[in-house]
Design a protein around this ligand. Sequence first.
Ligand SMILES: Cc1cc2nc3c(=O)[nH]c(=O)nc-3n(C[C@H](O)[C@H](O)[C@H](O)COP(=O)(O)OP(=O)(O)OC[C@H]3O[C@@H](n4cnc5c(N)ncnc54)[C@H](O)[C@@H]3O)c2cc1C
Length: 361
Amino acid sequence: MYDFVVVGVGPAGARFSRRAAENGYDVLAFEKGTVGEPLACSGHVSTDIWEFTGSGARNELFQNEIYGARFHVGGPHSTAYPFYKRDVASNVIDRVGLDRHLADLAREAGADVREEHTVTEVTEQHDRVEVVANGPDGAETYEAKMVAGCDGPRSRVRNALSIPEPDELLHGVLAFSDENDHENFVDVHLTAPTFFAWRIPRGEAGVEYGLAAPPGVEVTKHFEELIDGYEIDVSHRCSGAIPIGPPTRVTSRRGFLIGDAAAQTKPFTGGGILYGMTSADHAAREIDPDRPATLGAYERAWRDDLDREQALGHWLRRAYSFPEPIQRLGLGALSGEIGVHMDRPTSLVSIEHLKALLSRR
Ligand SMILES: Cc1cc2nc3c(=O)[nH]c(=O)nc-3n(C[C@H](O)[C@H](O)[C@H](O)COP(=O)(O)OP(=O)(O)OC[C@H]3O[C@@H](n4cnc5c(N)ncnc54)[C@H](O)[C@@H]3O)c2cc1C
């Protein structure tokens, strides 16, 4: 009997596996394909990412550094409203490489990470969970004291444990051009209904164009308009789901969700790498597989940390749907130097932000 079976080895699953193994637990982690593939993410993260990686990771994964974002109410040639920091605000990184790096750290810590294993069934008993995984040698059943559902936005574990769905599932699309662009600003276009489109310079790795919007919106049509506006050829198109709004609970009797499975994402950007790994740390610290009551401590810990950030993030996102004249007025009035941490919207009320506002001429 394992202490934990982890389903899914993205950033959340890899981080939890590593931390739980470091705490001395027997961890078996299943990834349905090859870790990191297929890519469906921009890999645009705050510099906090390097607190979660091992030595040498920055040399391996870093692509570009970003100081701020230029917001546009219209397309590529419309007025730009820049928001920026004096220091580096974020990094663009190799996301496939990140996942592989995090999985290697989990293995080094002692977790048994198995790729090409798809979990097809999860059953909770009063004293254990049974997990069926389909691998190269066929289907096998494994027993564990607890199961961690780290299997992304369309989580099978979430369904098996009868945990409610996230509020929303946005549809995100990406494509890349081969421009060599080391510029330090991303462009954000508020043209997609209720969300946004973006352009991210990735240094020698090219430029990424992307867009996300809720179901019902013609994402492909809006994306083509973006590409046409930039007058650029793109390739390597990919897409993925972005969950927004966590369910009221992310734990069951002997199971719990982390990362996108739990919608631990930023409602105003859809970013979830840092929130997922932060929540994985809360889970590894709080959950004792021999004491199911500790699941409540995990539920409290991650919400205490991220609830207010997500609530404020929802309010910020509402501004994407304001009428255009109000957006222009607001962006015009607020743009300039800021001191806000991109993962922590509550830092709008911080000494750093106040200092940045006062330093504006
Ligand atoms: C277009 C787009 C752009 C994005 N850009 C950013 C960004 O710039 N910055 C950012 O922070 N976030 C971004 N995100 C969000 C980010 O990708 C996710 O928040 C992050 O990947 C969540 O990590 P996770 O480990 O919870 O889930 P995932 O990364 O989805 O990992 C889940 C893993 O579980 C595996 N799995 C699923 N089902 C099973 C099963 N039954 N058995 C075994 N394995 C299974 C999957 O193969 C996958 O590897 C973006 C998302 C999209 C769609």
